[in-house]
Design a protein around this ligand. Structure first.
Ligand code: F6R
Length: 234
């Protein structure tokens, strides 16, 4: 696990955007795994400014609330359009986000995994981390899911996500989330950590101990992980 400590959120975002741009330059038809949440917003802004050519890129997002309408401003589908996809030249047909409107979530999850497998996994997977150590919505538990699935969000996550909703009662209780197989099948994982609130979980990650109660700690097993922090967690 490579660790890069930046001086600011802006520096972290610039470095992350540069890493993504380099990946696309060296392989224009890269499969890139995208995350939502506050952390990568600056990275996506920089990518847009850099005018990176996404015309051959395939995007594969980590997760989506369930159920949620695609045009709900809180949906991850809406978020990705607003923060990145509608500002770059990625073909709409190359964008993959779990469908929060589907009637058959079990089938949706199986199809999502099958498609990612057919593509051979992601070349680069961008990740954020929850204060409770979750990656995607693989939440702390005794047993962690390998496959994409419909997951119950923990109270901690519902609380953390409620900042984006008008009322706590509006926060979805479930999400479709990629499992560990989809994440670990990436050839390079780029984990971004920002904000003092993540200091404790960052410490656990770097301590090098594995625990399913801190799902991100399992990233220590992956051969090619780069962690970029904004410096505020040290
Ligand atoms: C979002 C995702 C989540 C977030 C995590 C951190 O697609 O997979 O794991 O990365 O909850 O969110 P922020 O960046 O808002 O602190």
């Amino acid at each position: 696990m490579k660790k890069v400590i930046c001086k600011s959120y802006e520096e972290m975002s610039a470095l992350a955007a540069f890493t993504i741009a380099l990946q696309i330059q060296s392989k224009p038809d890269s499969v890139i795994g995208f995350a939502t949440g506050s952390t990568p917003v600056g990275t996506y802004k920089r990518l847009i400014e850099m005018e990176v050519d996404f015309s051959k890129v395939t995007a594969f997002n980590l997760d989506e609330y369930y159920p949620i309408k695609r045009d709900n401003p809180q949906s991850y589908c809406y978020f990705m359009k607003e923060k990145l996809f509608s500002h770059i030249n990625i073909p709409v047909g190359n964008i993959n986000i779990p469908d929060g409107e589907c009637d058959e979530p079990v089938k949706e999850c199986a199809d999502y995994d099958a498609k990612l497998e057919r593509l051979g996994g992601t070349d680069l997977q961008i990740l954020g981390i929850g204060k409770n150590g979750h990656i995607a919505f693989v939440e702390p538990a005794e047993n962690l899911p390998l496959a994409t699935g419909l997951v119950d969000l923990t109270d901690d996550t519902i609380k953390a996500n409620s900042r984006f909703f008008d009322k706590p009662g509006d926060v979805p209780r479930q999400a479709i989330s990629m499992g560990l197989r989809g994440i670990f099948n990436s050839r390079h994982i780029l984990l971004l950590i920002s904000g003092q609130g993540k200091a404790e979980v960052a410490k656990k990650l770097f301590a090098g101990e594995l625990s399913t109660n801190v799902p991100a700690s399992l990233l220590n097993l992956h051969p090619n992980v780069t962690v970029i922090t904004d410096g505020s967690t040290d």
